[in-house]
Design a protein around this ligand. Structure first.
Ligand code: F6P
Length: 362
């Protein structure tokens, strides 16, 4: 198989993450210069296999200068599942299976293999194609760091830098005004960004999906600071938190996940403590902009490792970081399980030891 490789495809799917371009650059350089292969850029995730007109060969010239650039030069989407493609028809959402078109276009483009860069949803689709005989290797990405088969995903380090910088800035203004600053960070299912940026930023309360909390306990932590003369506090909220049953005054919180939970938390803290509260939602700022050096390096290593998997004919695998080494795992084993923060891990224990509350019983 290895000798048969002439042309490989590359696509980026799901939400973007800083470092995508660094992977693309590494794949193009390694594939073209070390192996003499052609690389086809597949546009907008798997949409590019449904509508291949925009796909094009990527040369060294195309990837010049993209290492420090955020986003993805290939475009991405987190809506395009070709096995269940949603579109609007006569005011209703209809779902179509475009997988046969994708397989046909894959052959028409002359692809011998494809590097798919994505998070859990994208990699599940890649695994579907692999099981239908298309040779795929995968590269994990998400700022949330919630993929189970790699210690770290690229994009996460940059997101922590952005969030920590924001927390540092909020710290000084919180202190000046003796306010409670509530900052919401990304993390749809897992609290990694909140935990890491919270520790790095020296916040006072961290609320994550993995640790149930109450508003009473959050406010108790803020009051304890008041008692020692610290009349300001910083509270980091992961967007994916499960709200407690009530708001600290006996009123129920919404049972479903709130879209902007930090606002509800901030209002509740203000009502219970009587303190001046401001809420900042960092949102997509965490996903944009230039990748950190760590993410550029990890993305480069992942890209090269993906090309080498193809060269060895090892398909259906995902590259990963284990400790300090780049390894690979079967793609089927890498999907479907969310990598959550372990509440008894040393990171959580260290945070508690330096006085950070998680809003649970002290
Ligand atoms: O999965 C990455 C992520 O950034 C989550 O943290 C966040 O909930 C989601 O994507 C946002 O997606 P969108 O770009 O569709 O708003």
């Amino acid at each position: 198989m290895a000798e048969a490789v002439r042309t490989i495809g590359i696509s980026t799917g799901g939400g973007d993450a800083p470092g995508l371009n660094a992977v693309i650059r590494a794949v193009v350089r390694c594939a073209t210069e070390r192996h003499g292969w052609q690389v086809m850029g597949i546009r907008n995730g798997f949409d590019g296999l449904i509508w291949p007109q925009l796909c094009c060969t990527l040369t060294r010239e195309d990837i010049r200068g993209i290492l420090p650039r955020g986003g993805t030069i290939l475009g991405t989407t987190n809506r395009g599942n070709p096995f269940r493609y949603a579109s609007e028809e006569d005011g209703a959402t209809v779902y179509r299976d475009y997988s046969l078109e994708c397989i046909g276009n894959w052959k028409r483009l002359g692809l011998d293999a494809m590097v798919v860069i994505g998070g859990d949803g994208t990699l599940a689709i890649a695994n579907e194609f692999q099981s239908r005989g298309l040779p795929v290797v995968a590269v994990p990405k998400t700022i949330d760091n919630d993929l189970s088969s790699t210690d770290v995903t690229f994009g996460f380090d940059t997101a922590i830098h952005v969030a920590t910088d924001a927390i540092d800035r909020l710290h000084t203004t919180a202190e000046s005004h003796q306010r409670v600053m509530v900052v919401e960070v990304m993390g749809r299912d897992a609290g990694w960004i909140a935990l890491h940026a919270g520790i790095a930023g020296g916040v006072h309360v961290i609320l994550i999906p993995e640790i149930p909390f109450t508003i009473e306990n959050v406010c108790a932590a803020i009051r304890r600071r008041d008692e020692i003369g610290r009349h300001f506090s910083l509270v980091v909220v992961a967007e994916g938190i499960r709200l407690p049953p009530a708001d600290g005054q006996g009123r129920p919180f919404p049972a479903t996940r709130a879209r902007n939970p930090a606002v509800l938390i901030g209002n509740a803290i203000g009502e219970v403590t009587g303190k001046d509260v401001r809420v900042t939602t960092l949102g997509h700022v965490q996903r944009g902009g230039s990748p950190s050096p760590f993410d550029r390096i990890l993305a480069t290593r992942f890209g090269v490792a993906a090309v080498e998997l193809i060269a060895r004919g090892e398909f259906g695998r995902m590259v990963c970081l284990r400790g300090t080494a780049i390894e690979s795992v079967p793609l089927a084993d890498a999907i479907g399980t969310c990598h959550l923060v372990d509440p008894s891990s040393d990171r959580v224990r260290a945070a508690r030891a330096v006085g950070i509350s998680f809003g649970d019983a002290p």
